[in-house]
Design a protein around this ligand. Structure first.
Ligand SMILES: *Cc1c(COP(=O)(O)O)cnc(C)c1O
Length: 370
């Protein structure tokens, strides 16, 4: 890696920030002789449930598995429809497809980029079982509105929290609103392990039991499958790393918010649409995504000046070969379609130094003054 290049995210810097604690935690697991679903995982599950403010957290292998497992726990599968969005990690839609259910795509709000609640009603059919909003880029979805719709139509609400650990609505943590909430601990996420990991959170005791059985072959007792399950377990080493990083999550989140505020103040007035946050909502800036009419030129200019940017995502899910024309709702996503060619993710991670951010800002301003 070019040492001078400023990346979009930097999980290695996160490791270096907490290296001593993380190294010690990993060695403790190695010395314990127990490597999967043990005491350290239980400790993390309890810590994370407390952090989110729910009764249960069930650790799994990834965010994708968390969503699939959540759907299975609700008995959602073939013949059922799940309403979600197209501007998201493909994982959201893939996980719905993996359990045999049909994803139905809803358009988004152009400013907050969350599922447009006013368009959900029109997508509900006899087959609809759940609404699965994504807290995209770290901005909470419109959960109060979606909760009302779910209640009215007797649908489950499942949150995709993979990009939004610590995001809040009126002081209440996202992940505590839905029937089930799915998290990813992929290394670049706001709470990231150094490998794959994920979790499902819930306040429902019966669902928590089902999640625990289904994550390990449907075992209620060891080696006896009562249900057809899967294998999706959190390992002790990742749980140990997450226990360390969870302690620092609020500190890291404050840094992300401060970096976003600096971008917000210094990039205002350019021919660039900056992200906006709904009042009362706490955006945790997993990504800082601007919209640029001259995206390619800007991206090239920044790259030539040692600054990496990324596009999340270059195609919405309904535009990608595996899913195009095969998903319900793909024909009616005007806002999604208009955002995709413009979105650009600027460097955003807690360890981004003042100097480096100033360089990013300086170069963007220079690009627009030419
Ligand atoms: C990362 C991500 C996932 C998938 O998580 P993995 O741990 O990579 O499987 C799901 N949804 C969203 C919105 C994500 O950003």
């Amino acid at each position: 890696m070019n040492a001078k290049r400023i990346p979009v995210s930097d999980p290695h810097a996160s490791y270096l920030s907490y290296k001593n604690e993380i190294d010690a935690a990993i060695h403790k697991v190695l010395d314990s002789g127990w490597y999967i679903l043990g005491e350290v995982t239980r400790e993390f599950e309890s810590n994370f449930a407390d952090y989110i403010g729910v009764k249960h957290c069930v650790g799994v292998n990834s965010g994708t598995d968390a969503i699939s497992l959540a759907l299975r726990a609700l008995d959602i599968g073939a013949g059922d429809e799940v309403i979600t969005v197209s501007l998201t990690a493909v994982a959201t839609v893939a996980a719905i497809d993996l359990v045999g259910a049909t994803p139905v795509l809803c358009d988004i709000d152009p400013d907050t980029r969350y599922m447009d609640a006013s368009k959900v009603q029109g997508l509900i059919s006899e087959k609809t079982k759940a609404i699965l909003p994504v807290h995209l880029y770290g901005h909470p979805a419109d959960l109060p509105a979606l909760q009302a719709i779910a209640k009215k139509h007797n649908l489950f609400l499942i949150e995709d929290c993979a990009q939004a650990h610590g995001a809040q609505i009126d002081g209440k943590m996202i992940g505590s609103f839905g029937d089930l909430a799915c998290f990813s601990f992929y290394p670049t996420k706001n709470l990231g392990a150094f490998g794959d990991g994920g979790a499902v959170c819930t306040n429902n005791d019966a669902l928590a039991d089902r999640l625990r059985w289904l994550r390990e072959y449907g075992w209620k007792e060891r080696y006896i499958s009562y249900y057809k399950g899967m294998n999706t377990r959190l390992d002790e080493m990742q749980a140990a790393i997450l226990n360390v990083k969870l302690k620092h999550l609020e500190h890291d989140t404050q840094k992300r918010i401060a970096i976003a505020q600096t971008y917000q103040q210094t990039l205002a007035g350019l021919d660039l649409k900056l992200p906006s946050t709904k009042p009362g909502y706490r955006h945790v800036y997993h990504l800082y995504v601007v919209e640029a009419n001259h995206r390619e030129g800007l991206q090239t200019y920044l790259r030539d000046n040692g600054i990496a940017t990324a596009i999340h995502y270059p195609q919405a899910v309904h535009q990608q070969p595996a899913y195009s024309q095969k998903i319900k709702g793909f024909h009616d996503l005007p806002v999604t379609n208009s955002l995709v060619p413009k979105i650009l993710s600027l460097p955003m991670y807690p360890e981004l130094s003042k100097d480096k951010q100033e360089h990013v800002i300086e170069m963007i301003r220079r690009f627009y003054s030419n």
